[in-house]
Each structure stands twice: as structure tokens, then as C-alpha cells.
Design a protein around this ligand. Structure first.
Ligand code: PXG
Length: 464
């Protein structure tokens, strides 16, 4: 019997957490001094901690709880599936109904000829699948030298050795190294890097870095390009309108596979089932996870085109897979999640109600002295904090100092709004209602005010 409960004093839970639990992407010694915030319940767009704070979760957990918290149908489905068939594998010429049904449903939802699903336990694992898949694809096609994958600086594709190497975050590369055959080009971040160019000029310039890189390496060496339709963990960087059409033109011209990492942008986040539909991208492979199950169970996967699946499937074994590929409980829960998104019209809610309302209210924040641009696609948004918006200036402080301060004020005001450097980001559950958007904006504005006041008092509203 588990003796550690929600009702233990917070300090005791924090002490046990510090003593035994290693947190991801965290300096555990520093966290131990501060104590983790411990969540105990979730309902709709709110989570509650051990101290009884009811916090508006502007991040849907980690960009994943698309249908919101507390949907008991998913637990019911999980219990039924566990009672019936808790586990079986899909390795040795066997299958089971949840994996079959989920694969068929995803083929129906995914655009174009994306009709074949290889399941994984997470987005990182799915991207590791993709690395192996695209290299094996060219190998089978008689071009084994086509194995380099081009990705982007400040992209995020997970934290396995493969996922972390595809990602463009140097602190991850510096932690244990990278795998070989991955190259990075610049990101389409106009606000921070566009200089005097228009966003459209800058978008084209960044996309053409792909062509330059392909020519430098030789098209006969390049297997694939991978990108998030909209960078999430990199700070919700919405690319200029010219970017993706040019990327598509280049991958088509040179015969390079296109992988759209839809781990965040999938399942309604951008106002369509997939971000590729919103951004007009025609990928050969899509990475999925997070919103696939709304985080109620860990599951991810790669949705592959007819062409890629046919090649991988007809030349001997594809030597890859995970014990939990297509796990029956996770698959059953994901199916129920997709049913809820579809039958309750959550994507239409994003498109017709939540996005238009939040877009107006989010844009209003640009009248705040700290806020430069405000971006929102579907329900994925960011604001850039700046000491001088006309110049799109950075602070004289180390990047992230102001963002972190603002995030701390948000937490104190019962709003989860994360920072990436000095950008504040949101990605609330898709079910957020207009009156809850009002609460989000009110708490965000209060937090911005408090941050600004403290910066002025400390003489920190200075460009660097
Ligand atoms: N691709 C993308 C685009 C992601 O956002 C992954 C792959 C990896 O998925 P898993 O399930 O292996 O974590 C992600 C995950 C953050 C943050 O700080 C973002 C993610 C994960 C952890 C933290 O924004 N995204």
C-alpha cells in the first residue's frame, strides 16, 4: 500500500522528491533548496497544487493536455483495456485491436498519402524511428550515401541521443555528444535575427540556407530535412509566410524526404488536425506524440507516406521497434482522445471561438511597455519581452533573466506561462473558454506589470 499521499505536508513531499527523484532538464541541487511545486489534481484548464492554489495551465502540461484535465472517459477505457488485454507486442507477426484501430484512424485523419503508422512511446522515440527509417529508405533505394539529415538551430525534436542530435540546442549536444550525420541551418526567427529585412525576405533567406547546405553536402548525401511547422520549445517561433513554401520547393527539387515534427502542432493545436495543413506543408513523414493521447498515456509515432512505407516494408525486416510500440492501453486511450476531439468539435472550437478571441486579447498585450511582438497560431502563442520595441532590442542582461522573472510572477499569480529566453509562451488546452481566456490575460498582464515595475526599480529596462 502506498503511504505517500496527496495529504502529506508539502514540505515532506518536497524533501522526498529532492532525496529520490531526479527531474529532467533541472539542476536538482538547486531545486532541492527551493522545493518543487507539487500538483495533485486537474480539471479542465486548471491544475491544483498541494497548497490549494488553482492554477490556470497556460501550457496544457507540456503542450499535451489538448482535451483538458479530468476527462474520466479515458480512465474508463484504460481500465477496460487493462482488464481485457493489458499488453501484447506487435513484433512477431502479431497485432491487437487498439493498435489496428488507432493506426486506421490516424491514416484517416492525416493528410495526403500519409497512411502508415509506426508506433513509439514518445516523440523522441518516434524521431529516432525517423532517423533509422529515412536512412534505411535510401539504402534500399540503392543510395546508401544519402544519410545526412538537415535540421535547424533552436529546433526541438526530443532528448534521446537521436532526438537531441536532430534538435538544435547546444546545451543538449554538450551533454553526452551527438550522433553523426546531422547538420543544422538557421531558424526562421525574424524578431531576433531578421535585422533590417522584412519578415518575408528573411523567411526566404532562411529557407534558402537549406538549398545552400544541400549543395555544399551534395544532394546525393542528404536523406531528409526535419522541422517543426512552428517551433515550440524554441519559443513559439512562427515562420514568415514565405518560409515553408520555399522549403517545400527545395526538398521537392532535390528529392529529399521531408519530416514534419508535429509533436506539438498536431491534434488541433493550430486549428487543424495537423500543423502541416495550417502551414501548407506536404511531409513524407510526420512525428506525433503529446496531443495524440492528450498526455493521458505515453504514446508517440511516425505517420509515413505510402511511398516510404512501401519501400521500408518490402525489402526484408525493418530492424527497429520498442516493447511498447502500439501499447494496447495507450492506443485505446489515444483513440478515445481522438473521438472526444472529433465528436466535441474541439478543432472547430479552436478555429471559430478560442483562437479569434485569444488573438484579439493576446494582441492587446503589445500595448504593454515590456512587450514587443505577440504571435498566435491556433492556440500556440508567444510574446517577445524587450526594453525597446521599436528596435526589437535585447536586454543588456543575460538572455532569459527577464523571462525567468516574468515566469516567476506568473506562477505567483496562478498562471502557468513559460519562458524561453525572453519570450513568454502559451499553449493552453484546446477547450479553453472565452471567460478563461480573460483570466489568462488578466493574470498575464498583472505578471507583466509586476515584472516591469521590478525591472524599472532595478534599472534593468536597458537594451544590450
Ligand atoms: N518533437 C517536438 C516538436 C517536441 O516538442 C519532442 C519531439 C519529444 O517528445 P517527447 O515525448 O520525447 O518528450 C517534443 C517534446 C519544453 C519541452 O520545454 C518541450 C518538449 C518536451 C519537454 C519540454 O517546451 N517537447
Amino acid at each position: 500500500m502506498n503511504k505517500i499521499t496527496n495529504h502529506m505536508p508539502t514540505a515532506e513531499l518536497q524533501a522526498l522528491d529532492a532525496a529520490h527523484h531526479m527531474h529532467p532538464f533541472t539542476e536538482n541541487a538547486a531545486l532541492a533548496r527551493k522545493g518543487a511545486r507539487i500538483m495533485v489534481r486537474g480539471e479542465g484548464v486548471f491544475v491544483t497544487d498541494t497548497e490549494g492554489h488553482k492554477i490556470l495551465d497556460g501550457m496544457a502540461g507540456l503542450w499535451c493536455v489538448n482535451i483538458g484535465y479530468g476527462r474520466t472517459e479515458l480512465g474508463d477505457v484504460a481500465k477496460r483495456q487493462m482488464d481485457e488485454l493489458a499488453y501484447y507486442n506487435t513484433f512477431f507477426q502479431t497485432s491487437h485491436v487498439p493498435a489496428i484501430a488507432l493506426a486506421a484512424k490516424l491514416a484517416e485523419l492525416a493528410p495526403g498519402n500519409l497512411n502508415h503508422v509506426f508506433f513509439a512511446g514518445s516523440g523522441s522515440e518516434a524521431n529516432d524511428t525517423n532517423i533509422r527509417a529515412v536512412r534505411r529508405y535510401w539504402d534500399i533505394k540503392g543510395q546508401p550515401e544519402k544519410r545526412v539529415i538537415i535540421a535547424r538551430k533552436n529546433g526541438y525534436h526530443g532528448s534521446t541521443m537521436g532526438g537531441g542530435s536532430l534538435g538544435g540546442m547546444s546545451p543538449i549536444w554538450a551533454t553526452g555528444g551527438m550522433i553523426d550525420g546531422i547538420e543544422h541551418i538557421g531558424e526562421p526567427n525574424w524578431w531576433a535575427q531578421g535585422g533590417d529585412m522584412t519578415p518575408e525576405e528573411f523567411g526566404l533567406m532562411r529557407a534558402r540556407e537549406l538549398e545552400t547546405k544541400i549543395l555544399e553536402l551534395g544532394a546525393d548525401k542528404v536523406a531528409a530535412f526535419i522541422g517543426e511547422p512552428i517551433q515550440g520549445a524554441g519559443g513559439v517561433i512562427v515562420p514568415p509566410s514565405t518560409y515553408w513554401p520555399e522549403i517545400q520547393r527545395i526538398v521537392d527539387k532535390y528529392g529529399i524526404l521531408l519530416i514534419a515534427d508535429e509533436v506539438i502542432t498536431g491534434f488541433g493545436r493550430t486549428g487543424n488536425w495537423f500543423g502541416s495543413q495550417t502551414l501548407g506543408i506536404r511531409p513524407d513523414i510526420m512525428t506525433i506524440a503529446k496531443g495524440l493521447s492528450s498526455g493521458y498515456q505515453p504514446i508517440g509515432g511516425s505517420i509515413m507516406s505510402d511511398g516510404v512505407a512501401e519501400v521500408l516494408g518490402s525489402h526484408g525486416d525493418f530492424n527497429h521497434g520498442y516493447t511498447y510500440s502500439g501499447h494496447p492501453v495507450a492506443a485505446a486511450v489515444a483513440l478515445e482522445n481522438l473521438r472526444i476531439i472529433e465528436e466535441e468539435g474541439m478543432i472547430e472550437h479552436v478555429r471559430d471561438v478560442a483562437h479569434p478571441y485569444l488573438a484579439t486579447r493576446w494582441q492587446e498585450l503589445t500595448d504593454h511597455p515590456l512587450v514587443g511582438e505577440a504571435k498566435l497560431v491556433g492556440l500556440m502563442g508567444s510574446i517577445a519581452l524587450t526594453p525597446d520595441k521599436a528596435k526589437r532590442a535585447k536586454f543588456a542582461l543575460e538572455t532569459g533573466t527577464v523571462g525567468y522573472r516574468c515566469r516567476e510572477r506568473c506562477f505567483a499569480n496562478n498562471l502557468i506561462m513559460r519562458h524561453v529566453g525572453d519570450r513568454m509562451i502559451i499553449s493552453p488546452p484546446l477547450v479553453i473558454k472565452p471567460e478563461e481566456i480573460d483570466v489568462l490575460i488578466e493574470r498575464a498582464r498583472k505578471s507583466l506589470d509586476e515584472t516591469h515595475k521590478a525591472l524599472v526599480a532595478d534599472g534593468m529596462m536597458v537594451a544590450g
